[in-house]
Design a protein around this ligand. Structure first.
Ligand code: ATP
Ligand code: MG
Length: 395
């Protein structure tokens, strides 16, 4: 680990010098064993947060109630005290966090065997639950009794599905059966937490796999709708990179049946940006269903909105769209301006030419002019525009 993760190595070394134990743990170990890029390295230790803070000069309390301190050396690394989670009464959060003395107890509270391994600074793997074997077999398996573990924290059920979509792993049968029988508990998890996991599924390499598991496990029943049917629209999804539009697509798929889009958007606690995005996509889909997108419409929508609307339109129309998406995007590129800001004149020019005060008329004129430029009826040229303006508005 010395050269691979120099900062983690240094932190572990200093903790050990002070007489404590410390290991790299969780996702970093999993991804290291998979030979995959490691996002962030987390450290687990038997030192308490106060003891960690005494050893390092620069630390930040990010979650001291969970035993986590951020140690900032060349980069920040989360150092968490060995802990177990005591009793759970709300299917989500432990009622309290209990610091424990041994690494084994700490690993035991972790969700899946693939996430429950530790690595010493000499690169020795600590693997009490068969995590490495699970990685080799491509299996996601709960640590301990899955029924119990999902009853403690219902979010773990969705995490299982999410890891399956990210890693292309299979859910071990007892783990899967436990989700099937306990899926309704996901209703205790806040929509925000559910959203985070769903978004990770959509952005994963195997979104269809994730969505299929989401439906097959029964977890999708937290959202209304005919999910067996909805699933069909995710079939070709692997080739369709959602980026920021996951929610747009998700809501759209459901709005096949639901007419009150505002109700849906509020139910999913979509942000104003997400709401705007969804509405734009719906509008763009309607435009597309009328035939093809006009230049005005291509100008109005972002590439992302057009992309989502196109795929969705294709789904509704069973692939029957006259032009490929690339063709529409080429047409969009051929439009001389990207936004109104690119127009070489502005409201002040109109006011001066007409010798008129500011008012709603400016926007009206600008809208007409924009559409004419977009449709190639007038050049984006100051002289031409002034001539047109004088002809139309000055008598
Ligand atoms: P990612 O690459 O998505 O960050 P990760 O494995 O690091 O994956 P995190 O959510 O960052 O996932 O959690 C870090 C570790 O904490 C996990 O590997 C797991 O050991 C443990 N963990 C996280 N959430 C839970 C949970 N809900 N129940 C039990 N253990 C959990
Ligand atoms: Mg992580």
């Amino acid at each position: 680990m010395k050269n691979r993760w120099p900062v983690a190595y240094k932190i572990i070394d200093e903790l050990e010098q002070a007489g404590f134990e410390a290991f790299v743990v969780g996702g970093a170990v999993r991804d290291f064993i998979r030979n995959a890029p490691v996002n962030d390295v987390d450290i687990t230790t038997n030192a308490t947060p106060d003891e960690v803070k005494k050893i390092f000069t620069h630390t930040i309390d990010v979650g001291i109630e969970h035993g986590t301190v951020l140690v900032v050396l060349d980069e920040p690394i989360e150092v968490t005290t060995y802990r177990s989670e005591s009793t759970y009464s709300d299917f989500r959060r432990p009622d309290g966090v209990k610091f424990v003395r041994t690494l084994t107890e700490d690993l035991q509270r972790r969700d899946f065997t693939i996430n429950a391994m530790a690595l010493t600074k000499e690169d020795e793997l600590v693997d009490y639950f068969g995590g490495r074997q699970a990685i080799e077999a491509g299996i996601i398996q709960a640590v301990g009794n899955p029924q119990l573990r999902f009853s403690e924290d219902a979010l773990r059920m969705l995490r299982a599905v999410r890891f399956s979509a990210q890693l292309n792993f299979t859910l071990e049968s007892e783990t899967f059966n436990a989700i099937r029988s306990l899926h309704a508990l996901i209703g205790h998890v806040s929509i925000e937490r559910v959203k985070v996991e769903l978004e990770k599924i959509w952005l994963s390499e195997f979104p269809y796999k994730g969505m299929k598991l989401f439906v097959d496990s029964g977890l999708s029943s937290i959202f209304p709708g005919d999910w067996e049917r909805n699933l069909q629209s995710w079939v070709n999804f692997s080739s369709f990179n959602l980026k920021a539009n996951g929610w747009a697509f998700f809501v759209l798929i459901q709005s096949i049946e639901e007419n009150d889009i505002n109700e849906l958007l509020n139910r999913y606690k979509c942000s104003n940006d997400e709401k705007k995005q969804v509405k734009n996509v719906i509008q763009a889909v309607h435009n597309l269903l009328n035939g093809a997108w006009t230049a005005d419409e291509l100008f109005q929508y972002s590439d992302e909105v057009l992309r989502v609307a196109y795929h969705y339109g294709k789904f509704i129309l069973s692939n029957d769209i006259a032009l490929p998406l690339e063709e529409f995007l080429l047409q969009k590129r051929a439009i001389p301006i990207n936004s109104k800001k690119d127009i070489v004149v502005n409201g002040n020019d109109f006011m001066q030419w007409a010798n008129q005060k500011r008012g709603p008329w400016i926007k009206e004129v600008l809208d007409i002019l924009t559409s004419m430029i977009v449709n190639g009826q007038i050049k984006n040229d100051r002289h031409d525009i002034k001539e047109w303006f004088s002809r139309e508005y000055l008598h």
